[in-house]
Write a protein that binds this ligand. Sequence first.
Ligand code: 13P
Length: 246
Amino acid sequence: MTYLFCNWKMYLTNNEAMALASELATMQIPKTLTAAVFPNTMDFIGVRDALAETSFAVGSQNVAWVPQGAYTGATSAHLFHEAGAAYALVGHSERRHVFGETDEDARKKVEACMDVGIVPVLCIGETKEDLDAGKREYRLKKQLRAALEGLDIPVNSLMIAYEPVWAISAGGASDSCDPDVAQEVHMWLKQELRAYSPAPFSVLYGGSVTPENVVSFTACPAIDGVLVGSASTHTNQMRALLTACA
Ligand code: 13P
């Protein structure tokens, strides 16, 4: 099974998100593919309804760990679960580096998702500074340990996305990770993840994935799928991604 997960970030207006969801509802998802879209919270319910008769799952881009209460501006895993989220991104690099979320926050969010039955997609990745300082493995180990140590992780209840921060586009062109390097990192990550559960985890690659390069990642044996940002917000690129992943 290959995963095509689509993080729409805050790229789209409500009208644009709804138009894209209506287009997606007409597209064929290959049988070997699990596809999910992660719309902005504003658009979650509308997109969920537009995709209700399709095989696209819907996920949240972030969650708050407390279930309900006096938490201005927050939307909890509990509320997203009630609204039909199957997955949630946790610890995305933009949450960590723009909004200052910590490894400890990521852990609370992972736990909150697992408590309600949403599959958290724990996003990890080194910065350019980490990479230049030879600290990729150090950073990834630290992020994994802080989020997962001591957790009871049933089979298929958690996924990992390896998204090198330096490879993530800000809407324009950016350098993706060399697929051979990504394959090596994924192999190493799968070895590391054995410390947290004997059952294998699905590990996705994210960072400047496009219809043109997606197969170079999905063809790697240790890469279970992709988490696509910018390219997944364009109808023609979504159609091409689905075709390429077939
Ligand atoms: P891009 O595909 O735009 O580089 O974004 C990757 C990402 O951050 C997905 O979560």
